[in-house]
Design a protein around this ligand. Structure first.
Ligand code: NAG
Ligand code: NAG
Length: 358
């Protein structure tokens, strides 16, 4: 009790402290000092050791941040709880020991019909002629993140199928992420869809890190003689951007930017090219019609990078009509994730998809 009054810093108590407290009382200030010294020591130790523990494994965790999940306790088997009531949850196996959690959302017009339907019904529906979009999400979190669910809803409302999945190591998918692994996962889903989609258009939509997966996959498919029907890149970055920025603000490490000394600690390691995702190089080779969506206030991937990517894509295709760039006004505050909210987005998407029709 008396201890507590001692800690209080009010004028009324200070008189009592002066007169009534015996000198044997523990000195709170020295106690605090003890903790402060210990804390400072611990902090210094951690700080000094960080450069030595910044191994590729740790860097990988920072870049993919696949264990960062908000909200953490999401049941991916129940997409209806995120008001995706015309969605089935399934698991695909791109290679032995790897299981991918995938949501297939049918066009919104079919939501009533979809109630209580099984996997087979959903798979059959892929051949109904509606365009199909494979959504390749960015780093951190899972397919349940609000901005990802937001994109799926926009696509579904337009009458498209949306396939949104978690790469290996993300969400409820097993395994560990690697650049090749993510591409393998995307390619597997692409072929899985193509085997069921008849003549329907199949389009990639990559966001952020997923733009790298999209272009890597499109190039890989080109090597197999397949031109993807269309590629949409939202919030795209480029490998050149990282070189230009000297990696001080690596896009995928954004949630660590404020960590004191992070730039200094990770600069070298990030430069070791563990992650490449060369959007710029890929766009020089790609032959798919391209649409770049970018918000002018994107704080992670600056708009001028997207503009450069657009120029590369346009020049490589030697045709303005096969590459388009849609800028979203910075005043909306969409930043890196939010442009799915834009009222003009459905029109932009419809026009792009219509331009792909054979
Ligand atoms: C199911 O989803 C559709 C499309 O989002 C919505 O219009 C409908 O109200 C939902 N129905 C129920 C019962 O939640
Ligand atoms: C990165 O920074 C170093 C040292 O500050 C500099 O010498 C180098 O030219 C920079 N690299 C790029 C690609 O800007």
């Amino acid at each position: 009790m008396r201890k507590r009054t001692n800690y209080r810093d009010s004028n009324e108590q200070s008189i009592g402290v002066k007169t009534g407290v015996p000198s044997a009382q523990p000195k709170p200030s020295s106690c605090l000092w003890w903790w402060f010294k210990r804390g400072l020591l611990a902090f210094c130790l951690i700080y000094v050791s960080v450069p030595f523990i910044m191994r590729p494994e740790i860097i990988k965790r920072i870049v993919y941040s696949h264990r960062v999940r908000v909200p953490f306790f999401i049941d991916h088997t129940l997409p209806a709880e995120l008001s995706l009531n015309h969605t089935v949850n399934m698991y695909l196996t791109p290679e032995q020991g790897i299981s991918l959690g995938v949501w297939h959302t049918v066009p919104e017009s079919q939501w009533k019909e979809a109630q209580g339907k099984d996997l087979e019904w959903y798979q059959k529906s892929l051949g109904d002629g509606s365009p199909i979009v494979i959504y390749l999400h960015g780093n951190t979190n899972s397919r349940a993140a609000p901005h990802r669910v937001g994109v799926v809803k926009v696509l579904s409302a337009l009458g498209y199928h949306a396939l949104s999945f978690d790469y290996r190591g993300f969400g409820d998918s097993s395994g560990e992420p690697t650049e090749d692994g993510l591409t393998t996962d995307a390619l597997y889903l692409y072929h899985w869809v193509k085997a069921r989609s008849g003549n329907s258009l199949v389009i990639f939509w990559g966001h952020s890190l997923g733009t790298g997966v999209s272009t890597n996959s499109a190039v890989k498919l080109l090597e197999q003689g397949i031109v993807v029907d269309g590629v949409i890149l939202e919030g795209a970055f480029s490998a050149a951007q990282e070189a230009a920025q000297n990696l001080t603000h690596h896009i995928f490490a954004w949630h660590y930017w404020n960590f004191p000394g992070f730039e200094y600690l990770t600069q070298k390691k990030l430069a070791e090219n563990i992650f490449y995702f060369p959007n710029d190089e890929n766009l020089k080779r790609m032959r798919s019609p391209l649409m770049i969506l970018h918000s002018e206030d994107d704080h992670l991937a600056p708009i001028h990078i997207a503009q450069q990517l657009y120029e590369i894509g346009k020049n490589a295709q030697k045709s303005e009509s096969r590459a388009r760039m849609i800028r979203f006004d910075g005043s909306h505050g969409y930043l890196h994730n939010g442009l799915y909210k834009d009222p003009k987005l459905p029109k932009v998407l419809r026009e792009f998809v219509q331009s792909l029709a054979p």
